[in-house]
Ligand binder design. Structure first.
Ligand code: FES
Length: 447
């Protein structure tokens, strides 16, 4: 038997509604969702699943089909399959919702009856804290399966500054949090441009962007962050981009051109038709471009010839699929680790092997809240924190996006992420709680 005290699971987050799984069984799933005033679940539908919503606390408004209805504590709502529905917490009230439905919460929540995501017509979440609203001002195909999205402040005006390599965390109307590198020029302050590749086996973010986004859609974003910063002291730069990994690198090459730093780009794609921004790249000066198309070469990209030697002052930046990143790391093993920079957009396919590394149970002390929790050998810190009602915003849950980054006050960390630099890992004062663990018996977290 499993039992939960729902009142102890309630936790709010100004940045994002808080969702906590309760039961995840073959027959049904159940979650508790906590909204700050004005936060929403955007309009969506489930092709096959009926759903029941029970309001535990607070007030709000729901939309089911053509109907709108005010809801309050103890409202019980039945939502049949194939009927569009959404919810907004009242502007002056928090709201806590329990829902029960058959499995497939995230991915199927976006599906339309034809199997594609539903175009989003509802309002965005209300920006909170450091969040702000962006309006989709332009959308067009940049290459095969790559959509370019231009974002501006609603009504115009200057946007928060960013550096080359930075990304935006965007809360999609379907509730997913996704990160997209900004590929436009950092000196353009009135717009951001991102590009999104269609992921064949994605978890719903790229499918929504490709099929559900429209000009005029409003999105909630967090301030740009940079975990892939360009080292300005480099004498020259070697950029290795795979597929959609070109996006942060395009912004970096713009910087190189503006600062008259020599650059070289090696761009690997499955075909030239899938290589985004080729025409734009060819207009940038001060460097050279080598395109590797798998279909023309008859093989995947081999980075070894490009990484022989170690020219003084050369910095290498690599962003692409995990096998390419692994090949580049192997080929660059003789170089100064401080000159090598990687940004993953997905964990390696064999990442499951990481779960087979020996792991043990340990304790985490939450210093600010004065609680101590046990993390079993088969669960992540993130799972345990969320199960005990500690609000931790997460996105990738595989150690690539930095969303769940948590400061560590004491204890040795077993880093298993793909986003901290070697020196950040060695410093031992921060960790990704979705994948990393304790080396010893205890960690003290700043939570
Ligand atoms: S949720 Fe992405 S790194 Fe943890």
């Amino acid at each position: 038997m499993q039992s939960f005290v729902l009142g102890e699971m309630i936790e709010y987050d100004a940045a994002l509604r808080v969702r906590k799984p309760i039961f995840k069984l073959p027959s049904f799933v159940s979650e508790i969702v906590c909204y700050e005033p004005g936060q929403v679940t955007a309009t969506h539908l489930h092709p096959k699943q009926d759903e029941i919503w029970l309001v535990l606390e607070g007030r709000g408004e729901i939309e089911v089909g053509e109907q709108r209805l005010g809801v309050q504590r103890s409202s019980l709502i039945y939502i049949p399959a194939k009927v569009r529905h959404g919810l907004r917490a009242a502007a002056d009230s928090r709201l806590v919702l329990l829902f029960i439905k058959s499995p497939g919460i995230v991915d199927e929540a976006m599906q339309g009856s034809a199997g594609g995501p539903v175009a989003w017509s509802g309002p965005p979440s209300t920006p909170t804290g450091s969040q702000f609203l962006l309006e989709v001002s332009d959308l067009h195909a940049e290459a095969r399966d790559v959509l370019q999205v231009e974002l501006r402040a609603p009504g115009g005006g200057e946007l928060p500054a960013f550096e080359p390599g930075a990304h935006l965390a965007i809360e999609l109307p379907n509730g997913l949090l996704r990160h997209y590198s900004i590929c436009s020029d950092w000196r353009e302050r009135e717009r951001y441009v991102v590009a999104v590749g269609r992921a064949a086996n994605g978890r719903g973010g790229s499918a929504f962007i490709h099929q559900g986004l429209r000009r005029g859609s409003l999105l909630c974003a967090s301030l740009p962050k940079n975990g892939f910063a360009l080292a300005p002291e480099g004498r020259q730069y070697l950029f290795l981009a795979g597929g959609i990994g070109i996006t942060p690198i395009l912004a970096m090459i713009r910087w190189c051109q503006a600062h008259a730093r020599p650059w070289q780009l090696v761009y690997a794609a499955r075909s030239a038709q899938r290589a985004a921004f080729l025409e734009t790249l060819r207009t940038l000066q001060g460097g050279s471009i080598h395109l590797h198309a798998d279909d023309e070469a008859g093989r995947v990209f081999d980075p070894r010839p490009w990484l022989q030697g170690a020219p003084a002052g050369e910095h290498v930046y690599c962003c692409g699929p995990a096998p390419m990143m692994a090949a580049v790391k192997d080929a660059a093993g003789h170089r100064d680790p401080g000159s090598l920079h990687f940004e993953y957009f997905a964990a390696p396919a064999d990442d499951a092997a990481r779960g087979h590394r020996p792991q043990h149970a340990f304790e985490v002390e939450l210093r600010r809240s004065g609680r101590t929790l046990t993390v079993p050998a088969d669960r992540s810190i993130l799972d345990v924190l969320q199960a005990h009602g500690v609000a931790v915003v997460s996105s990738c849950r595989e150690g690539t996006c930095r969303t769940c980054e948590t400061a560590v006050l004491e204890g040795a960390i077993d880093h298993r992420d793909y986003c901290l630099t070697p020196s950040e890992q060695a410093a031992g004062n921060t960790m990704m709680v979705c994948v990393s663990r304790a080396r010893g018996a205890r960690l003290v977290l700043d939570r």
